[in-house]
Design a binder for this molecule. Structure first.
Ligand SMILES: Nc1ncnc2c1ncn2[C@@H]1O[C@H](COP(=O)(O)OP(=O)(O)OP(=O)(O)O)[C@@H](O)[C@H]1O
Ligand SMILES: [Mg+2]
Length: 446
């Protein structure tokens, strides 16, 4: 871009617009073959999805065949917004809302169907495992290749090299072709490259979910550093806690347009309140019929016993576990874990923690429900997952199910400063007293 920076006065100082999109739209041909700009992942997922789409349109009574090849859909349309330098923008929206497509268009991986994009600055993007890396080249060669694509000199890249390798925890695999990397290694290196090669604009899709919890935290920290150094970040995530913690602004994509644009806390709580992306009930799709005990359903309910995927911070709630006992036993314990969006187990609770339950008599075959009552104001606002299982106390684990459902704690009633750190946010009781009489405190001699 050589028109010079777009300067606009904001709150008495000059801010520079680094991204401006106007009337942006992206149309896909569905059911047909779109040859240009397809990625391997698109091709693979199309191969799975296409037969079902065809079946669905048959069921709807649509004709199949040649005509269908020209069916189109807009991933989004008429989108206009601009981003100033130094903003950290979170792009949220449910599956299929067009977030990835938007980032691909902004990174020039895909052409928009209509509208215009102006970008000022080097863009480093990490969109999906695979983009930007050449499978036959080693990790080392890919680092230099990516740097070159970003317009960096070899010496500049070399200066950053050790830091990148260190961050990615690739170690001795640095000279192995990346096609032999595990998906975790791949993403670690790709993120390290995108974040360390000093792009002026960093674009990151939700690839972080591939890494383990520790690496995810490291990536979020690094994105924070990039943002603090005044560079611009565009970040897609289903991790609402990360969006509220990291972003200065959030955009909600819905039905192909920007449904909200504003402060992350407001956008996120509004988005979550729409009840998308979470699920108040899980029914075991394939219960193990051989197991002596099997969990058949898990539910999140509010204090009024209503299924509720979004719980206000200020309200108590219940986790209800329904299970079948197939063989009479007296040592059965039913458990669940709350896992945060970073994969950290916040706690494990067992129904036998309660003495009356622990001392229950032998459980005869039948269906039972154990319910845990969780007090209000403990889990800070964010997304949580539930693991569940059953075991015979002190003897053996019988069954376990990971991440059976997700629920959200909304920030309604959360009045601590958003920057206050901590996994939990309990309001604890304090008192204070003066240690001694002020009058008796020795005064300095003059
Ligand atoms: N290459 C393609 N060909 C046809 N349709 C596509 C293609 N890529 C995406 N789509 C469609 O465009 C819409 C937006 O997809 P996109 O991947 O951008 O959504 P997303 O918001 O990133 O979703 P998720 O949260 O699941 O990652 C979806 O309906 C998707 O099926
Ligand atoms: Mg996506």
């Amino acid at each position: 871009m050589d028109e010079g920076p777009l300067l606009s006065p904001t709150a008495g100082r000059l801010t520079m617009e680094v991204i401006r999109v106007e009337g942006l739209g992206k149309r896909f041909f569905i059911g047909g073959v779109q040859t240009k700009f397809r990625t391997a992942r698109d091709a693979i997922s199309d191969a799975f999805v296409a037969p079902f789409k065809r079946a669905a349109s048959l069921l709807r009574g649509h004709a199949t065949g040649a005509a269908e090849l020209h069916e189109t859909m807009w991933a989004f349309r008429n989108i206009s917004f601009s981003v100033n330098q130094g903003e950290v923008v979170g792009l949220v929206g449910k599956n299929g809302a067009g977030k990835t497509t938007m980032l691909k268009v902004l990174s020039r991986i895909t052409e928009p169907t209509e509208g215009s994009i102006e970008i000022r600055g080097r863009v480093g993007s990490l969109l999906e495992v695979g983009t930007g890396f050449h499978p036959e080249l080693s990790g080392r060669e890919n680092v230099f290749l990516n740097g070159a694509i970003l317009g960096m000199r070899r010496t500049e890249i070399a200066a950053k090299f050790d830091e990148i390798i260190d961050f990615a925890e690739i170690g001795k695999f640095i000279d192995t072709p990346v096609k032999h990397y595990s998906s975790g290694m791949y993403v670690r290196l790709a993120f390290a490259v995108a974040a360390h090669l000093e792009p002026e604009i960093l674009i990151v899709d939700e690839v972080l979910s591939v890494g383990d919890a520790a690496f995810q935290r490291k990536c979020l920290g690094k994105m924070g550093d990039v943002a603090n150094s005044g560079r611009t970040v565009l970040f897609v995530s289903h991790n609402m806690a990360a969006v509220t913690q990291l972003c200065t602004r959030a955009l909600l994509l819905e039905n192909g347009s920007v449904a909200m644009d504003g402060a992350p806390h407001e956008v996120v709580s509004d988005y979550l309140a729409r009840g998308v992306e979470n699920q108040a009930e899980w029914q075991n799709p394939a219960p193990d019929t051989e197991a002596e005990v099997e969990v058949v359903a898990v539910r999140v309910k509010d204090a009024q016993d209503v299924l509720q995927p979004v719980i206000n911070f200020k309200d108590p709630f219940q986790i209800e576990i329904e299970y079948e006992v197939r063989e009479a036993n007296r040592g059965i314990s039913i458990a669940f874990q709350i896992v945060d969006s970073q994969g950290v187990v916040i706690w494990t609770s067992e129904d036998t923690d309660t003495p009356d339950v622990r001392d229950r008599m032998i459980m005869e075959p039948g269906t039972y429900v154990s319910t845990c009552h969780v007090p209000q104001g403990v889990l800070r606002p964010g997304r949580y997952f539930v693991n569940t299982g059953a075991h015979i106390r002190g003897v053996r684990i019988i069954t376990g199910h990971q991440q059976v459902l997700a629920f959200d704690i909304s920030s309604v009633g959360f009045n601590m400063p958003p920057g206050r750190q901590g996994v939990l946010a309990p309001k604890l009781d304090w008192d204070f007293r003066a240690l001694e009489d002020r009058a008796r405190v020795p005064q300095p001699q003059v």
